[in-house]
Design a protein around this ligand. Structure first.
Ligand code: SF4
Ligand code: SF4
Length: 363
Protein backbone atom coordinates (compact mmCIF):
# COMPACT_ATOMS: atom_id res chain seq x y z
CA UNK A 1 0.00 0.00 0.00
CA UNK A 2 1.40 3.43 -0.94
CA UNK A 3 2.00 6.01 1.76
CA UNK A 4 -0.93 8.10 0.51
CA UNK A 5 -3.27 5.08 0.43
CA UNK A 6 -2.12 4.03 3.88
CA UNK A 7 -2.82 7.49 5.21
CA UNK A 8 -6.25 7.55 3.60
CA UNK A 9 -7.00 4.21 5.19
CA UNK A 10 -5.79 5.48 8.55
CA UNK A 11 -7.95 8.58 8.24
CA UNK A 12 -10.92 6.47 7.22
CA UNK A 13 -10.50 4.25 10.29
CA UNK A 14 -10.42 7.27 12.60
CA UNK A 15 -12.81 9.51 10.75
CA UNK A 16 -15.64 9.30 13.25
CA UNK A 17 -13.34 10.50 15.97
CA UNK A 18 -11.37 13.11 14.14
CA UNK A 19 -13.53 14.37 11.30
CA UNK A 20 -17.01 14.69 12.71
CA UNK A 21 -19.16 16.99 10.66
CA UNK A 22 -19.34 20.68 11.35
CA UNK A 23 -21.92 23.26 10.39
CA UNK A 24 -19.57 26.15 10.09
CA UNK A 25 -16.43 24.99 8.45
CA UNK A 26 -13.20 25.86 10.18
CA UNK A 27 -11.48 27.32 13.21
CA UNK A 28 -11.38 25.81 16.67
CA UNK A 29 -14.25 23.39 16.28
CA UNK A 30 -13.53 21.02 13.43
CA UNK A 31 -12.86 21.14 9.80
CA UNK A 32 -12.92 18.13 7.57
CA UNK A 33 -10.46 16.88 6.50
CA UNK A 34 -8.27 19.40 8.30
CA UNK A 35 -6.08 22.48 8.39
CA UNK A 36 -2.33 22.67 8.05
CA UNK A 37 -0.93 26.07 8.83
CA UNK A 38 2.68 27.03 8.12
CA UNK A 39 4.15 30.11 9.79
CA UNK A 40 6.71 30.85 7.10
CA UNK A 41 8.62 33.53 9.00
CA UNK A 42 8.86 35.26 12.37
CA UNK A 43 9.77 38.53 10.67
CA UNK A 44 7.13 41.24 10.72
CA UNK A 45 6.79 44.94 9.92
CA UNK A 46 4.44 45.50 12.89
CA UNK A 47 4.98 45.11 16.67
CA UNK A 48 1.67 43.76 17.91
CA UNK A 49 1.25 43.52 21.67
CA UNK A 50 -0.31 40.06 21.53
CA UNK A 51 1.89 38.41 18.86
CA UNK A 52 2.04 34.69 19.58
CA UNK A 53 5.53 34.19 18.20
CA UNK A 54 8.62 36.03 19.31
CA UNK A 55 11.40 37.09 16.99
CA UNK A 56 14.18 35.34 18.87
CA UNK A 57 14.84 32.56 16.36
CA UNK A 58 15.47 33.74 12.76
CA UNK A 59 15.56 30.16 11.40
CA UNK A 60 13.24 29.55 8.42
CA UNK A 61 12.56 26.55 6.20
CA UNK A 62 13.97 26.93 2.69
CA UNK A 63 11.79 27.06 -0.41
CA UNK A 64 12.64 23.41 -1.15
CA UNK A 65 11.78 22.34 2.40
CA UNK A 66 8.51 24.24 2.02
CA UNK A 67 7.74 22.37 -1.19
CA UNK A 68 8.34 19.08 0.66
CA UNK A 69 5.97 20.11 3.45
CA UNK A 70 3.29 21.12 0.93
CA UNK A 71 3.61 17.74 -0.84
CA UNK A 72 3.13 15.90 2.44
CA UNK A 73 0.18 18.10 3.43
CA UNK A 74 -1.52 17.36 0.11
CA UNK A 75 -1.54 13.65 1.00
CA UNK A 76 -4.22 14.44 3.61
CA UNK A 77 -6.68 15.16 0.81
CA UNK A 78 -8.41 18.51 0.23
CA UNK A 79 -7.21 20.15 3.43
CA UNK A 80 -6.93 23.86 3.99
CA UNK A 81 -3.30 24.93 3.66
CA UNK A 82 -2.64 28.26 5.36
CA UNK A 83 0.34 30.61 5.21
CA UNK A 84 0.94 32.81 8.23
CA UNK A 85 3.83 34.41 10.11
CA UNK A 86 5.09 36.85 11.28
CA UNK A 87 4.10 38.58 8.09
CA UNK A 88 4.19 35.99 5.29
CA UNK A 89 4.54 38.63 2.58
CA UNK A 90 8.05 39.37 3.84
CA UNK A 91 9.23 36.13 2.26
CA UNK A 92 10.50 36.65 -1.29
CA UNK A 93 9.35 33.19 -2.37
CA UNK A 94 5.79 33.52 -1.01
CA UNK A 95 4.14 33.60 -4.46
CA UNK A 96 6.09 30.53 -5.52
CA UNK A 97 5.00 28.69 -2.37
CA UNK A 98 1.34 29.67 -2.81
CA UNK A 99 1.43 28.59 -6.44
CA UNK A 100 2.88 25.23 -5.50
CA UNK A 101 0.29 24.66 -2.75
CA UNK A 102 -2.51 25.67 -5.13
CA UNK A 103 -1.31 23.11 -7.68
CA UNK A 104 -2.66 20.43 -5.31
CA UNK A 105 -6.28 19.83 -4.32
CA UNK A 106 -6.11 22.13 -1.27
CA UNK A 107 -7.74 25.42 -0.33
CA UNK A 108 -4.91 27.91 -0.02
CA UNK A 109 -5.38 30.75 2.46
CA UNK A 110 -3.21 33.34 4.19
CA UNK A 111 -3.26 35.34 7.43
CA UNK A 112 -1.59 38.71 6.90
CA UNK A 113 -1.58 42.06 8.66
CA UNK A 114 -2.62 43.48 5.28
CA UNK A 115 -0.37 46.52 5.42
CA UNK A 116 1.91 45.43 2.57
CA UNK A 117 -0.89 44.66 0.13
CA UNK A 118 -1.21 46.94 -2.86
CA UNK A 119 -3.33 46.22 -5.95
CA UNK A 120 -0.24 44.74 -7.58
CA UNK A 121 0.37 42.42 -4.60
CA UNK A 122 -3.30 41.38 -4.45
CA UNK A 123 -3.24 40.61 -8.16
CA UNK A 124 -0.14 38.43 -7.77
CA UNK A 125 -1.63 36.60 -4.77
CA UNK A 126 -4.81 35.88 -6.67
CA UNK A 127 -2.88 34.76 -9.76
CA UNK A 128 -0.72 32.45 -7.63
CA UNK A 129 -3.88 30.70 -6.43
CA UNK A 130 -4.65 32.23 -3.04
CA UNK A 131 -8.36 31.80 -2.22
CA UNK A 132 -8.76 33.99 0.87
CA UNK A 133 -6.82 36.42 2.99
CA UNK A 134 -7.51 36.99 6.69
CA UNK A 135 -6.55 40.40 8.07
CA UNK A 136 -6.57 41.66 11.63
CA UNK A 137 -8.47 44.57 13.12
CA UNK A 138 -8.06 45.11 16.85
CA UNK A 139 -9.57 48.58 17.06
CA UNK A 140 -10.72 51.34 14.78
CA UNK A 141 -8.10 53.88 13.63
CA UNK A 142 -5.62 54.84 16.33
CA UNK A 143 -6.82 52.10 18.69
CA UNK A 144 -5.68 49.56 16.09
CA UNK A 145 -2.37 51.37 15.57
CA UNK A 146 -1.72 51.37 19.33
CA UNK A 147 -2.40 47.62 19.56
CA UNK A 148 -0.26 46.90 16.50
CA UNK A 149 2.57 49.19 17.63
CA UNK A 150 2.95 51.16 14.37
CA UNK A 151 1.22 54.45 13.43
CA UNK A 152 -0.69 54.18 10.16
CA UNK A 153 -1.20 50.41 10.42
CA UNK A 154 -5.00 50.75 10.25
CA UNK A 155 -4.89 52.96 7.16
CA UNK A 156 -2.46 50.62 5.42
CA UNK A 157 -4.54 47.57 6.35
CA UNK A 158 -7.64 49.26 4.86
CA UNK A 159 -5.75 49.84 1.64
CA UNK A 160 -4.78 46.16 1.58
CA UNK A 161 -8.36 45.08 2.24
CA UNK A 162 -9.68 47.28 -0.57
CA UNK A 163 -6.99 46.04 -2.96
CA UNK A 164 -7.95 42.42 -2.25
CA UNK A 165 -11.60 43.15 -2.85
CA UNK A 166 -10.84 44.99 -6.10
CA UNK A 167 -8.77 42.06 -7.33
CA UNK A 168 -11.46 39.51 -6.38
CA UNK A 169 -9.69 38.05 -3.35
CA UNK A 170 -12.03 37.31 -0.41
CA UNK A 171 -11.12 38.87 2.94
CA UNK A 172 -12.10 37.81 6.42
CA UNK A 173 -11.24 39.52 9.69
CA UNK A 174 -9.41 38.37 12.82
CA UNK A 175 -9.95 40.39 16.00
CA UNK A 176 -8.24 39.67 19.30
CA UNK A 177 -10.65 40.25 22.19
CA UNK A 178 -9.06 41.57 25.38
CA UNK A 179 -9.99 43.70 28.37
CA UNK A 180 -8.02 46.52 26.75
CA UNK A 181 -9.93 46.65 23.46
CA UNK A 182 -13.30 45.28 24.64
CA UNK A 183 -15.02 48.62 24.01
CA UNK A 184 -13.79 48.55 20.43
CA UNK A 185 -15.52 45.22 19.67
CA UNK A 186 -18.98 46.65 18.80
CA UNK A 187 -17.32 49.25 16.55
CA UNK A 188 -15.24 46.58 14.82
CA UNK A 189 -18.25 44.32 14.27
CA UNK A 190 -20.21 47.27 12.85
CA UNK A 191 -17.34 48.14 10.53
CA UNK A 192 -16.92 44.55 9.33
CA UNK A 193 -20.65 44.09 8.80
CA UNK A 194 -21.02 47.36 6.94
CA UNK A 195 -18.02 46.45 4.81
CA UNK A 196 -19.93 43.35 3.70
CA UNK A 197 -17.27 40.92 4.97
CA UNK A 198 -18.74 37.53 5.67
CA UNK A 199 -16.79 36.40 8.69
CA UNK A 200 -15.05 37.74 11.75
CA UNK A 201 -13.08 35.57 14.12
CA UNK A 202 -13.23 36.95 17.64
CA UNK A 203 -10.08 35.51 19.15
CA UNK A 204 -9.51 35.06 22.89
CA UNK A 205 -6.05 36.32 23.84
CA UNK A 206 -3.83 33.32 24.57
CA UNK A 207 -0.89 34.62 26.58
CA UNK A 208 2.01 33.12 24.65
CA UNK A 209 4.92 34.81 22.85
CA UNK A 210 4.75 38.57 23.28
CA UNK A 211 1.22 38.13 24.65
CA UNK A 212 2.69 36.89 27.97
CA UNK A 213 3.47 40.50 28.83
CA UNK A 214 -0.21 41.46 28.59
CA UNK A 215 -1.75 38.38 30.23
CA UNK A 216 -3.69 40.68 32.58
CA UNK A 217 -5.76 41.69 29.56
CA UNK A 218 -7.15 38.14 29.14
CA UNK A 219 -10.88 37.94 29.82
CA UNK A 220 -11.76 36.20 33.07
CA UNK A 221 -14.18 33.27 33.17
CA UNK A 222 -17.13 35.55 33.99
CA UNK A 223 -16.10 38.10 31.37
CA UNK A 224 -15.76 35.38 28.75
CA UNK A 225 -19.26 34.09 29.50
CA UNK A 226 -20.58 37.65 29.24
CA UNK A 227 -18.79 37.87 25.89
CA UNK A 228 -20.66 34.74 24.72
CA UNK A 229 -23.95 36.35 25.75
CA UNK A 230 -22.96 39.49 23.89
CA UNK A 231 -21.89 37.58 20.77
CA UNK A 232 -24.98 35.44 20.43
CA UNK A 233 -27.25 38.42 20.88
CA UNK A 234 -25.19 40.53 18.51
CA UNK A 235 -25.39 37.80 15.88
CA UNK A 236 -29.08 38.51 15.45
CA UNK A 237 -28.27 42.06 14.30
CA UNK A 238 -25.54 41.46 11.77
CA UNK A 239 -24.99 39.42 8.63
CA UNK A 240 -21.31 38.76 9.20
CA UNK A 241 -20.74 35.48 11.04
CA UNK A 242 -19.32 36.10 14.51
CA UNK A 243 -17.07 33.23 15.48
CA UNK A 244 -15.44 33.12 18.91
CA UNK A 245 -12.08 31.41 18.45
CA UNK A 246 -9.84 29.82 21.09
CA UNK A 247 -13.20 29.22 22.72
CA UNK A 248 -14.47 25.78 21.69
CA UNK A 249 -16.92 25.90 24.59
CA UNK A 250 -18.91 28.49 22.66
CA UNK A 251 -20.47 25.57 20.82
CA UNK A 252 -21.22 23.77 24.07
CA UNK A 253 -22.70 27.05 25.28
CA UNK A 254 -24.92 27.21 22.17
CA UNK A 255 -25.94 23.62 22.74
CA UNK A 256 -26.64 24.23 26.44
CA UNK A 257 -28.78 27.12 25.33
CA UNK A 258 -30.62 24.86 22.91
CA UNK A 259 -29.43 26.97 19.99
CA UNK A 260 -27.84 24.05 18.17
CA UNK A 261 -29.07 20.53 18.12
CA UNK A 262 -27.74 17.24 16.88
CA UNK A 263 -30.97 16.71 14.92
CA UNK A 264 -30.52 19.83 12.83
CA UNK A 265 -27.34 18.45 11.31
CA UNK A 266 -25.13 20.62 13.49
CA UNK A 267 -22.49 18.73 15.36
CA UNK A 268 -19.26 20.17 16.63
CA UNK A 269 -16.02 18.47 17.46
CA UNK A 270 -14.49 21.14 19.64
CA UNK A 271 -10.79 21.97 19.73
CA UNK A 272 -9.07 20.50 16.69
CA UNK A 273 -5.48 21.08 17.85
CA UNK A 274 -3.38 18.05 16.94
CA UNK A 275 -6.49 16.27 15.69
CA UNK A 276 -7.30 17.89 12.35
CA UNK A 277 -5.25 21.03 12.83
CA UNK A 278 -1.47 21.15 12.68
CA UNK A 279 0.89 24.10 12.85
CA UNK A 280 4.42 24.33 11.51
CA UNK A 281 6.68 26.99 13.00
CA UNK A 282 9.26 28.82 10.83
CA UNK A 283 12.07 26.50 12.03
CA UNK A 284 10.10 23.36 11.10
CA UNK A 285 8.75 22.52 14.56
CA UNK A 286 5.33 20.86 14.34
CA UNK A 287 2.82 21.78 17.03
CA UNK A 288 -0.94 21.26 17.52
CA UNK A 289 -1.87 24.94 17.18
CA UNK A 290 -0.36 28.38 16.55
CA UNK A 291 -0.91 29.27 20.21
CA UNK A 292 0.46 26.03 21.61
CA UNK A 293 4.27 26.07 21.32
CA UNK A 294 4.81 22.47 22.47
CA UNK A 295 6.74 20.56 19.86
CA UNK A 296 5.64 17.18 18.52
CA UNK A 297 8.58 16.91 16.12
CA UNK A 298 10.49 18.81 13.46
CA UNK A 299 10.12 18.27 9.73
CA UNK A 300 13.89 18.54 9.28
CA UNK A 301 14.24 15.37 11.33
CA UNK A 302 11.08 13.41 10.46
CA UNK A 303 8.42 13.34 7.78
CA UNK A 304 5.49 15.56 8.63
CA UNK A 305 3.07 12.65 8.20
CA UNK A 306 5.11 10.45 10.54
CA UNK A 307 4.97 13.17 13.18
CA UNK A 308 1.21 13.53 12.75
CA UNK A 309 0.63 9.79 13.02
CA UNK A 310 3.14 8.79 15.64
CA UNK A 311 3.73 11.66 18.05
CA UNK A 312 2.61 10.82 21.59
CA UNK A 313 1.28 14.35 21.93
CA UNK A 314 -1.00 14.04 18.93
CA UNK A 315 -2.12 10.56 20.00
CA UNK A 316 -3.13 11.93 23.42
CA UNK A 317 -4.95 14.88 21.84
CA UNK A 318 -6.79 12.59 19.43
CA UNK A 319 -7.81 10.38 22.33
CA UNK A 320 -8.91 13.49 24.29
CA UNK A 321 -7.02 12.18 27.31
CA UNK A 322 -7.91 15.31 29.24
CA UNK A 323 -7.57 16.18 32.91
CA UNK A 324 -9.50 18.13 35.54
CA UNK A 325 -13.00 19.27 34.77
CA UNK A 326 -12.57 18.71 31.02
CA UNK A 327 -11.96 14.98 31.69
CA UNK A 328 -15.45 14.33 33.00
CA UNK A 329 -17.38 17.07 31.27
CA UNK A 330 -20.42 16.10 29.28
CA UNK A 331 -19.22 18.48 26.56
CA UNK A 332 -15.81 16.85 26.28
CA UNK A 333 -16.48 15.53 22.78
CA UNK A 334 -17.95 18.69 21.30
CA UNK A 335 -15.60 21.06 23.12
CA UNK A 336 -12.54 19.55 24.79
CA UNK A 337 -11.42 22.96 26.05
CA UNK A 338 -8.85 25.16 24.36
CA UNK A 339 -5.64 23.12 24.59
CA UNK A 340 -3.54 26.26 24.03
CA UNK A 341 -5.17 28.08 26.93
CA UNK A 342 -4.70 25.06 29.18
CA UNK A 343 -1.01 25.01 28.19
CA UNK A 344 -0.56 28.77 28.64
CA UNK A 345 -2.03 28.61 32.16
CA UNK A 346 -0.60 25.35 33.48
CA UNK A 347 2.09 24.13 31.07
CA UNK A 348 -0.03 21.00 30.48
CA UNK A 349 -1.75 20.78 27.11
CA UNK A 350 -4.05 18.06 28.49
CA UNK A 351 -5.03 20.14 31.53
CA UNK A 352 -8.45 21.63 32.10
CA UNK A 353 -9.42 24.80 30.31
CA UNK A 354 -9.25 27.42 33.09
CA UNK A 355 -11.69 29.86 31.45
CA UNK A 356 -14.69 27.57 31.17
CA UNK A 357 -17.89 28.83 32.69
CA UNK A 358 -19.99 25.86 31.67
CA UNK A 359 -18.71 23.01 33.77
CA UNK A 360 -19.93 24.22 37.18
CA UNK A 361 -23.36 24.99 35.87
CA UNK A 362 -23.90 21.87 33.83
CA UNK A 363 -22.41 18.96 35.74
S1 SF4 B 1 -5.96 24.94 21.00
FE1 SF4 B 1 -7.45 26.61 21.26
S2 SF4 B 1 -6.92 28.02 19.60
FE2 SF4 B 1 -6.02 26.03 19.06
S3 SF4 B 1 -7.55 24.90 17.85
FE3 SF4 B 1 -7.88 24.36 20.00
S4 SF4 B 1 -9.46 25.77 20.72
FE4 SF4 B 1 -8.58 26.64 18.86
S1 SF4 C 1 -15.17 21.66 31.13
FE1 SF4 C 1 -13.74 21.57 29.40
S2 SF4 C 1 -14.78 20.24 27.91
FE2 SF4 C 1 -16.36 20.95 29.37
S3 SF4 C 1 -17.29 22.74 28.39
FE3 SF4 C 1 -15.64 23.41 29.79
S4 SF4 C 1 -13.80 23.60 28.49
FE4 SF4 C 1 -15.31 22.36 27.38
Amino acid sequence: MSEAAELKSWISTHKDDIFANDAVGTGCFSYSPGEIIWAVTKRCNLKCKHCSISEVDPEELSTEEGFGLIEEAAKFGPVKFGFTGGEPLLRDDIYELIEYAASFDMQVVMATNGTLITNEVAKRLKKAGLERAAMSIDGIGRAHDAFRGVPGAFKDMLRGMKACEEEGLAVQIFTTVTRDNYREIPKIIKFVDESGLWRIYLIYLIAVGRGKAISDACLSRAENMAFFDYTVNKQKEVNTWLKPICNPQYWAYLKAKGLVDRDDGTEFTGCTAGITRFHIFPNGDVTPCAYLPAKAGNIRQSHFLDIVRNSEMFKALRARSLKGQCATCKYKRICGGCRSRAYAFSGDYLGEDPVCGLWDKEQ
